[in-house]
Design a protein around this ligand. Sequence first.
Ligand code: TXA
Ligand code: MG
Length: 322
Amino acid sequence: MTLITPANPETLNAAASALKSGRLVAFPTETVYGLGADATQELAVARIFAAKARPQFNPLIIHVPNLTIAEQIVIFTPVARRLAQEFWPGPLTLVLPRTTSCSVSLLAGAGLDSLAIRIPAHPIAQALLKISQCPLAAPSANRSGHVSPTTASHVASEKFGSDVAMILDGGACQIGIESTVLDLTSSPTLLRPGGISLEDLIAKIGDIRIATEDSAAPRSPGMMERHYAPSRPLRLNARDPHPGEVLLGFGPTAPPTAALNLSLAGSVVEAASNLFAMIRNLDRPDISGIAVMPIPTTGLGQAINDRLRRAALGSTHNDNPQ
Ligand code: TXA
Ligand code: MG
């Protein structure tokens, strides 16, 4: 069972080195407890999805200690800057385009060109971010389908596996509901209500659209799939490449013709960590398509197959403009 530890200089240092080595640390924020990983390590981020048993790779929120680091990761608009000045640190998450030099894992952003980012106000979250010196990808520290945890013992009761090195105890979260998520990649759109009210946001920046599941709002689930579409067609459950195709292999039985292998060892966690980077790498104009070997449907394999199916679907419609 994962150890609950009070936060002090010694345990914060231990947490930082656990994060550096690719393990996970649960920590308090003013909203809910987060399950954090070094956001620059693909494999560490894959371990978050494995620990939460998420059936899909939802994009994660990237936590940073200050605006200087935020500006290295995402591109701020004047509206974003106004909101950051007013509400950060605090329970507001902004979705903005990645910078070209962005070091955050592609898996953390679920392969999108945007990232959700926030500066948490909780002193323990702030201390952890400063000591570990890396952005932290952190969804709420609960298994998929469970409610968000607001105490360290809620997190412990999720019985995460050994990838979670420790749970930093900060008592009960002051706000207790997740951050408000606002998409600023086009006209401001509320993706999730949360710790900052819509009224307070409107008072600062004017009109805000509300994303609904079935509207054409950007990033709503029905629209998401096109973002995963490579420009070349994707063929799933392939054993061998057709002429002109490149083969994306999986496991030790992949033929030598495979251009890349998602995991030679056959690990779905490793495959998840390589998925978006390898598809981007293979998606070149000089090929007729990408053939992908079968991926098991166990563990993270379910999310990998979900993403691949969406990408395959999207790639046949890629003449549809956004
Ligand atoms: O209060 C919170 O926000 C907590 C604490 C730990 O910071 N975190 C949290 O993370 O609730 P999570 O992963 O449970 O929720 C992230 C939300 C999801 O609704 C996700 O779809 C959205 O943010 N999101 C993240 N990146 C996005 C992106 N690039 N575009 C659109 N939505 C995004
Ligand atoms: Mg959550």
